[in-house]
Each structure stands twice: as C-alpha cells, then as structure tokens.
Design a protein around this ligand. Structure first.
Ligand code: 5GP
Ligand code: MG
Length: 180
C-alpha cells in the first residue's frame, strides 16, 4: 500500500465496475438529448476521463476550475478560478465532481450556471458521497460510493496538491504526511 494511506477504500477494479454501472444509467438517461458534461476541476479529472469513455453518446466536454477546500476541511467558500462559464444554454448539463461533502461546491456551480445561462437541465454525478445530513437541494443524481465522513485521497482527490495520481481511493494517513 502507498505509505500516504492508512487504508484503501476502493481498488481500481472496484472503481471500474462501479463506473460501468453509472455510465450505463447516464447513457440511458441522456439518449437523444444534447449533453454537455462539465467537469469540476481539479478533483474530477481522473473520474471524468474514466467515466466519459464509458458513455457512447454524442456529447460535449467542458471543465470549470473551482476551489473550496483548505487542508482537510471544507471552507464553505467556493472560489471560481476562471471568469467565463462554458456555453451551456440549450444543453442538458451533467456536472462531474470527485466527492460530495457539504454540497457547497455543486450548489455554487449550479447557481452560477442558472444565473448566467439557460440550460435545459442540470444533474450531477460524483464518484464519492460522504454520509452526512444534507439539504435536499444538495444531493447528487448519480453517486458512485457512499463513504464515512473521513478525509480521502487518490484517484484525483488531493491533500495539499498531492496524491491525485494514486490509482486507488484511500484514507489519508495523517501520521505519514512527512513522506510526501
Ligand atoms: P463540498 O463543497 O461538497 O463541501 O466539497 C466538495 C469539494 O471538496 C470536492 O470537490 C473536493 O475537492 C473537496 N473534498 C471534500 N471532501 C474531500 C475529501 O475527503 N478529500 C479530498 N481530497 N477532497 C475533499
Ligand atoms: Mg474538488
């Protein structure tokens, strides 16, 4: 196991099998709909790349760089790192994010899209969803796995910019942070 991890939650094969199921559901829902997949970067990079290749529909891909985490806590303040939103008016939008924690990030992106564009619909797909109470407006339409409320890294998820390149998702070993 990678020295930065306390334990592995999802191995590559677990993720691949779940992505097959999610992609099948998504493909079914967006048949004959003009679809734009909008990835929230950086965290969803790996998830987006693997999911996209399982959706055999004509679609457009866009991305939006957003930041909200400081260290291992959600700051609640979502900052957009690019001023222009991709053009999504007249399109069905599927937002992709790595993980749903408080829901602030997806909510802020949804609100901004609705304020600046006229999409036909907005749905959200996340690889991970933390088990915690959340307002109904803050849920994901497609969620890969439910996890306990602990800080995870790998498969796109970082701690301080590191660990995004791990092929697995695991719980960060906070006692080994010096090994980065
Ligand atoms: P929310 O806005 O839902 O609180 O948090 C969503 C964002 O916070 C995600 O896009 C992700 O970047 C980051 N985040 C939330 N939980 C975790 C976690 O356990 N690990 C990592 N690495 N990032 C997280
Ligand atoms: Mg993120």
């Amino acid at each position: 196991m990678h020295p930065g991890l306390q334990r592995v939650l999802f191995h590559e094969r677990d993720i691949a099998a779940r992505l097959d199921e999610m992609a099948a559901e998504i493909t079914e829902f967006y048949q004959k709909k003009p679809l734009t997949v909008l990835a929230i970067l950086n965290g969803s990079l790996v998830f987006a790349a693997d999911l996209l290749r399982r959706i055999p529909l004509p679609l457009r891909f866009e991305s939006l760089a957003v930041a909200s985490y400081q260290g291992t806590e959600s700051s609640g303040i979502v900052s957009f790192r690019q001023s222009n939103l991709p053009a999504v008016s007249g399109r069905h939008v599927l937002l992709l994010d790595d993980i749903l924690d408080t829901g602030c990030t997806l909510n802020a992106v949804r609100q901004r899209i609705l304020a600046e564009a006229a999409p036909l619909s907005i749905r959200a797909a996340v690889l991970l969803q933390k088990k915690k109470p959340r307002a109904e407006t803050l849920v994901a339409d497609y969620a890969g796995f439910e996890i306990e409320d602990e800080f995870v890294v790998g498969y796109g998820l970082d701690f301080d910019g590191h660990y995004r390149n791990l092929p697995v998702v695991g719980v960060l070993n906070t006692s080994s942070l010096g090994l980065r």
